[in-house]
Structure formats: structure tokens, C-alpha cells
Ligand binder design. Structure first.
Ligand code: 13P
Length: 271
């Protein structure tokens, strides 16, 4: 089955409204025909409304995503963001269980003390709870999985990735499972400049698809599996050319219009 590649930019804790507006305006100005590639940006919460309005005003096909979500209702949950808040801004996607949200960092600056790191406390159970509230909503989840360098060194990559996938998807509506995007993001490759080589990224992305097939084979065929971790214009084509890699979740290189657009063009070449 042909799966449309999906290139999404995870801006993380970057971009004020003017900066994000400038970046997205530059992306919109790229007039290349990129079909069938789907492109998305995931700004910080503070920029979602402005970027969503800009995309709508320009009639852009670029999709909008949140970087996390907490609940579906309203209530006394200071600092948290709900599904209606995201959809109201124009979001179609939401990232869930990013390794940073799980407190698993590729790089840690000096100021990120253990008590600050403890604020990032997602785990397999909370990722599954969040996925189960997102699935019946208009949002589609981009669920991130991946091993740390220690887990890789001890030979636990496959068991960690398989158990994260199974835990995240547990009990979800099988009829919509094909709409879920899974992102394989080896933690050691995030923000480090160290990319997983394409053969290994393909192997793990296939393992992810095979794991989903154990739940529902047609969902596994339909589902996009992205690779993320130091994706750059010069390695994108090689990674995206792999049969089980259907796109990329891009951090640092999504913050500049020229590098993000080059990755999108690489996806178009391999589509
Ligand atoms: P980098 O592309 O900066 O390594 O980040 C990847 C990532 O974490 C995307 O979610």
C-alpha cells in the first residue's frame, strides 16, 4: 500500500510568535509541488493560534500539531492544555510521548537539574491514557518511541521499542489505528547530530510495523512510521528511501525554512 510521506517539524521550546510567523511564511512561499508529501509544524502552545490563523488565511496545506495534550474537558489543571484548545487553534495532530516528555533526553544542559527533569514524567501508561482520549477526537496522535543509549548498549532496543508500541496502543479503537503516526526516535540521536544509520532505522521501523501487525494487520499497512533524530537535508533522502520509513519528525532542522523545505523535497523524491 502506498503511504503518503509525512514530514513534521517539532519546534519544541523554540519560536516566539513573530519568529514562528516568519518561518511559516517562508515555508508557504516555497511554491514547489510537494504532493503526495504531507507537511506539518508543531509550534509551542503560545504560537499555535497565530500559526493556525496564518495557515488558514493563506489557504496552506501545511498541517498544525500540538506538542502534547492533557485532557478532553475543562477544569482546575493549571498549566495544562485540552483537546478543544488544540482543535480551536486548527490542530489536526498532537505529539504524544516524546522522549523529552518522558524525561529521556538526548542532551541535557547543566541547568536541567534532576528536579526539573522530574517535571517530564510521561510514561507508557500516561501515553496510552492520552492516546485513548485523543483517538475519539478530531486529533490524530503522533506517538514517539525509542531507546536510550544505555538500552541500546545492553541490547534492549527491540524489547523497549516493542513494549512502548504495545503499551501506547493498548485498547485503542482498531478501526482508527491506521490513522495513528508512530515516530521512531532513538533518544541518543536527538539533538546530538548522531543519526541512526538508515539500515538500522529501517530495521527498527519495520519492527514497529510488525508489532502493530500483531494487533491489526490492515492498520499496520496503513500506518505511517516516521524516523526522528538528527534528520538533516544531507541524510533525509537516504533515510526516507527506506521501505518502512514513511516520513520524519524533525527537530533542529525544522527551525529554518531552507533546511526543512530541503527535507520535504527529499521526501518528495523518494515518494
Ligand atoms: P532533532 O532533529 O533536533 O534531533 O530532534 C528530533 C526530535 O526529537 C523530533 O521530535
Amino acid at each position: 500500500m502506498a503511504r503518503n510521506p509525512f514530514i513534521a517539524g517539532n519546534w519544541k521550546m523554540n519560536m516566539t510568535v513573530p519568529e514562528g510567523t516568519e518561518l511559516v511564511s517562508a515555508l508557504i512561499a516555497e511554491k514547489d509541488d510537494i504532493s503526495p508529501v504531507e507537511v506539518g509544524v508543531c509550534p509551542p502552545f503560545t504560537a499555535l493560534h497565530a500559526i493556525g490563523s496564518l495557515l488558514k488565511e493563506k489557504g496552506s496545506a501545511i498541517k498544525l500539531g500540538g506538542q502534547d495534550v492533557f485532557g478532553d474537558g475543562t477544569g482546575a489543571f493549571t498549566g495544562m492544555i485540552s483537546i478543544p484548545m488544540l482543535t480551536d487553534c486548527g490542530c489536526e495532530y498532537v505529539i504524544l510521548g516524546h522522549s523529552e516528555r518522558r524525561g529521556r533526553f538526548g542532551t541535557t544542559p547543566d541547568w536541567l537539574t534532576p528536579s526539573l527533569q522530574a517535571l517530564f514524567a510521561d510514561n507508557d501508561e500516561t501515553v496510552n491514557l492520552k492516546a485513548s482520549i485523543v483517538m475519539p477526537s478530531p486529533l490524530k496522535p503522533i506517538i514517539c518511541v525509542g531507546e536510550t543509549i544505555d538500552e541500546r548498549k545492553t541490547g534492549d532496543t527491540d524489547s523497549i521499542v516493542r513494549s512502548q508500541v504495545e503499551a501506547a496502543l493498548k485498547g485503542l479503537d482498531k478501526s482508527k489505528l491506521g490513522e495513528v503516526v508512530l515516530a521512531y526516535e532513538p533518544v541518543w540521536a536527538i539533538g546530538t547530530g548522531e543519526t541512526c544509520d538508515s539500515a538500522e532505522a529501517q530495521r527498527v521501523c519495520k519492527l514497529i510495523r510488525d508489532t502493530v501487525a500483531g494487533i491489526d494487520s490492515s492498520a499496520a499497512e496503513a500506518m505511517r512510521v516516521q524516523y526522528g533524530g538528527s534528520v538533516k537535508p544531507d541524510n533525509a533522502e537516504e533515510l526516507l528511501g527506506q521501505p518502512d520509513i514513511d516520513g520524519a519528525l524533525v527537530g533542529g532542522a525544522s527551525l529554518k525554512a531552507d533546511s526543512f523545505a530541503a527535507i520535504v523535497r527529499a521526501a518528495k523524491k523518494t515518494a
